[in-house]
Structures are given as C-alpha cells and as structure tokens.
Design a protein around this ligand. Structure first.
Ligand SMILES: C[S@@+](CC[C@H](N)C(=O)[O-])C[C@H]1O[C@@H](n2cnc3c(N)ncnc32)[C@H](O)[C@@H]1O
Length: 433
C-alpha cells in the first residue's frame, strides 16, 4: 500500500533556511533586480545579476543557487542561469514580505525563551522588534490593494459610492497607514483619520503621506483604548487592519470603536483567517500555513499583547469564532465573515447598526431614534439580563442599567437582538422588567 506522503521534519527546517534567504533577497534588492532583468523572459548569469544589483557576484551566486534549488526562482539546466517569470513575480510579491518576518522575529528569540520560564516576563515590548512597523507595512501593501479592498467593495456595494461622495473614516492601529493613504489618494472627498500608539510609526506614516501631498489624511499618536473624547459618533466607517488580535485590551478597543461610530455606520475588521480551533485551522489553511501563523503569534502578536498589564494575549490565530464573541460583547452583532483571495486574510464586516432598524421591529411610534426608550422598556436598575442571539451568549449578568442608552442603541439593538428581546419579554415578562 502506498504510504501517505508527509512533509519530513527535515523539510520544515530547510524551509526555514529558504525563508531566511528570501528575506535576504528582499533586503539586498535581488528579487526586484531579477524580476526586472527577466521581463523579456531571458535567463541571466550571476555576473549579470550581480552587476545590475551592484552586489558581490560570489554572494549573489550562492543565493541564486539556493533559491533555484528551492524553486523560488527559476534555474536552467546549466545550473548557473536564472530568471523570475511573471507569474512567480506575483506570488513573490505576496510571500516575500512574510519571509522578512523570519529575521525580524528571530531578534526576540532570547526574549521569548525567557517568557516561557515561569519566573520570566509576561511578554515582549514592541521596542524589541527593530523595523517592525516598516516590515508590517510590507505585508499590508502586498495584501490591501490587490486582495482586501476588492473584497470590501464587493461585500459592501455602496461603500465606494459613499467614499466618492465624502465620508469620515478611522483606521485603528494603523502602523504606517497603507490603507488610509491608499484610500485618501483614491477618494479625495473623504477624510481619513488614522491612529496608532507608536509615535514612530505615526511619524513615518506622516512622512509617506506628505511625499504624496495628501491633505485628507490625519494622523494621531493615540491609544486605541482611549480614543479622542470628542470623537463620539464621528465616523462613517472604522477599520482595524490586522490590529485587534494583538491588542492588550481588545474588548476596550472594540467598545471605543462602538463609541466613535455614527449611528448607522459600519466597522470592518481585517484579520487572519482562523477558525478558533487549531485542528480546523490545519484543515482549512493547510499545515505549513497554519503552523507558520501560530509561530508568528508566539514570537510577536501574543507576547506584545501579554507585555502589558492585564494583556489578553489573544494571538494571531484567535479566529472568527472568538472574534465574533468579542464583537458581540462590544455590541457589534450580525458580523459577516468573508474570505479575501489572500491565503490567510479574512475580513469581518459589521453591518450598519441603527435605531431605524429597531424602529422597524417595534413600530416607528413606539420607538423614537436614540431616545433610549428601550433601555427603560427592558431594564430597570439592578436587573440583569442574559442575552442570547442565535444561541450565542452576549451579555451575561451585566446590569443593563449600567449601559448608557446610547450604547444600548448602537450596541445591542440590531434586528436579531431586538427580536430576541421582544420574544423574551413576551415569554417571561419578569425577566425583562
Ligand atoms: C500588526 S500591526 C498592524 C499595523 C497596520 N494596521 C498594518 O496593517 O500595517 C498592529 C498595530 O497596532 C498598533 N497597536 C497595538 N496596540 C495599540 C493600542 N492600544 N493603541 C493604538 N495602536 C495599537 C501597533 O503599534 C501596530 O502598529
């Protein structure tokens, strides 16, 4: 009986070395040079490649042979001539930025080793990762415009029109703010606010925006757990790109996002395609892909969150099920998860969440927009209610009276929640008084 082919342990180790080589190729510009030299389809010698890249031929030769053996670049039968075809160039543009994370995350190898120890630190500070924001931006550049944006526009057909006519947007945990700068160029009538608690990433983002003469993007060094107090109900669209799972206090951040959304506005969370179950992740993402992202989590996303007091340490692979629990807890219900064409990026879109929806269920005469009438209808001070929507528990034992009516409107009252509340009220009046 034929034996099932499995990746050997040795293959995994070798793949690590190949990724290191890919990161070096990116760093010294060899991919860019070879892609350009290969545009006419011709093979190049290492002398030609080294001359074009202005690098030492002996080092270029060893690199090309390694990359050729790995099929990262093409190698002809002579073993000394190389090229990168158009299709491979597209694949490399997406994969190479992730390869740069291998040397990046190796910087903290010793720190992570200490974190394993019972007496060691809880986590690792962002400062320990030299160039993190720049390399992270490389990943976002590779994914956002080609794969994430088309997906958002397909899923939210009115968004492009709204952006064209002019809306106010906020990106939370923006890093170098590729999405905001990209959209600011495309949609000059809209305003783009972008915040990050890293002052250096904000400085770099500003510099990049000023190179492009953008005056509709506004950067703030700000903690996402405490967004500007004057931003309540300010934004039409809030995004968080790869930024919620590594928050120390993601629940607080999501509540802040709810506060700054206008009624009827929407939130889009771009994150890693996980299922919240490692066995399922292996099946859906594949063995290498899922393992790679759990490792990226161990070396970065989890420890940067755990570094802070009370840091939750969700990890890169927190997955859609946990994400939906946190969104629901913040009052963002009915989120829809969809795949992008990227191998590991999903988007979760939370639909407009407005009092108008509530009015539809209760009759426009019963409910006036935003007057908080429902909070008095269903909750009296000191009474606690457990909400479930589609079997998912939302607020368990939280005194409703502690929520402001405004939060109640924007947070809890989507259609499904209202339906559920209504039936709870009918079935057992006491539980909702
Ligand atoms: C994985 S990076 C993503 C950056 C950017 N969105 C992108 O896609 O390139 C996460 C970002 O969240 C920022 N961040 C983490 N915690 C934060 C907080 N509490 N407030 C603001 N920014 C935070 C980090 O500085 C980092 O830039």
């Amino acid at each position: 009986m034929a034996e099932e082919k499995k990746t050997s342990m040795y293959d995994y180790v070798n793949a690590g070395f190949v990724a290191l080589g890919m990161a070096m190729g990116e760093k010294v510009g060899l991919f860019d040079v070879l892609i350009k030299l290969s545009e006419d389809g011709s093979w190049k010698t290492t002398e030609e490649i080294a001359a074009a890249a202005k690098l030492k031929e002996r080092y270029v030769r060893e690199w090309c042979k390694a990359m050729g053996c790995a099929d990262v670049i093409e190698m002809d039968e002579s073993g000394v001539r190389f090229r990168i075809g158009a299709q491979r160039a597209v694949e490399l543009r997406m994969a190479v930025p992730f390869a740069t994370f291998v040397p990046l995350l190796s910087q903290v190898f010793g720190d992570i080793e200490s974190c394993f120890q019972p007496s060691g630190p809880n986590g690792v500070s962002y400062d320990k990762y030299t160039d993190f924001h720049k390399l992270m931006n490389g990943l976002t550049v590779a994914a956002f415009e080609p794969m994430v944006l088309p997906c958002l526009f397909i899923q939210m057909p009115d968004l492009e029109e709204k952006l064209s006519s002019g809306i106010i947007c906020l990106d939370v945990g923006c890093g170098l703010a590729e999405p905001s700068r990209n959209l600011a160029k495309k949609f000059p009538n809209s305003q783009f606010y972008a915040i990050d608690f890293s002052a250096s990433s904000i400085a770099q983002a500003k510099e990049l925006a000023s190179k492009d003469n953008l005056n509709n993007v506004h950067f703030f060094a700000m903690d996402a757990t405490q967004l500007d107090k004057d931003w309540t109900n300010k934004f039409d669209w809030v995004t968080a790109v790869d930024a919620i799972h590594d928050q120390a206090h993601p629940r607080k951040v999501l509540k802040e996002i709810v506060r700054v959304l206008k009624p009827g506005a929407r939130f889009s969370m771009i994150d890693v395609k996980g299922t919240s179950n490692a066995y399922e992740d292996k099946k859906t993402l594949g063995s290498g892909n899922s393992a790679g992202h759990y490792m990226a989590s161990l070396f970065h996303c989890m420890p940067v969150s755990l570094y802070f007091d009370g840091g939750e340490g969700l990890g890169t692979m927190w997955g859609a099920a946990v994400a939906n629990e946190l969104l629901a807890e913040a009052g963002l219900l009915d989120a829809k998860t969809f795949d992008t064409d990227h191998p590991v990026i999903m988007a979760i879109a939370v639909p407009p969440n407005s009092p108008t929806d509530a009015a539809e269920y209760f009759g426009a005469n019963d409910i006036k927009e935003g007057d908080g009438e429902l909070s008095t209808l269903f909750a009296k001070p000191g009474i606690t209610i457990t909400y479930t929507v589609d079997g998912r528990k939302l607020h368990d034992g939280i005194p409703l009276a502690s929520e402001s009516p405004d939060q109640l409107w924007k947070g809890l009252l989507t259609r499904k929640a209202i339906c559920q509340l209504r039936s709870m009220a009918t079935a057992d009046e006491n539980s909702c008084k």
